[in-house]
Design a protein around this ligand. Sequence first.
Ligand SMILES: C[S@@+](CC[C@H](N)C(=O)[O-])C[C@H]1O[C@@H](n2cnc3c(N)ncnc32)[C@H](O)[C@@H]1O
Length: 251
Amino acid sequence: MPPALKALLSQFVGFGVAFVLARAGLLDGLWPLVGAQAVTAAAAAAVLRSARWWLPIHLAFLPLVVMAQRLGVPPGWYLAAFTLLVLVYWSSFHTQVPLYLSNRATAMALATLLPQGPARVLDIGAGTGALLRPLAQARPDCAFTGIELAPATWLLGRVLGRKLDNLAWRRGDLFAHDWKHYDLVYAFLSPVPMAAVWRKARAELRPGSLLVSNSFALPEREPDALIEVGDRRGTLLYVYRIDGRSDDRSG
Ligand SMILES: C[S@@+](CC[C@H](N)C(=O)[O-])C[C@H]1O[C@@H](n2cnc3c(N)ncnc32)[C@H](O)[C@@H]1O
């Protein structure tokens, strides 16, 4: 079951149990009702094996809704906040890839993987261009492309990178873009799409090209190199070389 559906179901279970308890006269007053809904929703999420971080979200959700309701914030603010979140996170509920940005140390570590001469680099899920901008400045002889799905991050990346002639900025799905022209493809996504990323990389990238994944290893293959960036978050870059072996090109 998709995580978003599990979350919805857990909330409904919480409401259902709180309703039944209230009808049976076992709960009196708003906060016991809210507390029962929150605890039951979290328990349902645990039973449905939602990721651990969903549990505090379920515990806090209804209490925060009730408290916000009491603040009397005009509804337009909720709509504005919702619209902004949709534009930034877009289809994260489906792709299960949230937004977090690479730091400069990571960009500089990636730069060490680039050849001496010109190269073409693609950031799949480029966010706001936090990785590509410093790279494009450091290596004017290389061509950098970022592809990003979420409208707000894409727009911000486009504005921030507008003065860099060697940075092309595209809006779209990373899986619909053709990767065959790139010497290095960089991914900072999540564990969820990595198997599909590897299938596409080995089907499209030329032998000798590199796939570099920030933090998330491929499930099916040992990395050819592991780079410790040495930053505070302990970033690891998993480096995979497309070597044209039959297991790279098949399937
Ligand atoms: C963790 S962020 C990484 C941003 C950037 N690569 C960086 O390192 O700073 C992942 C980005 O991938 C984008 N994304 C997720 N799925 C995508 C898809 N199928 N096509 C294009 N972009 C996608 C998200 O919107 C998000 O901005």
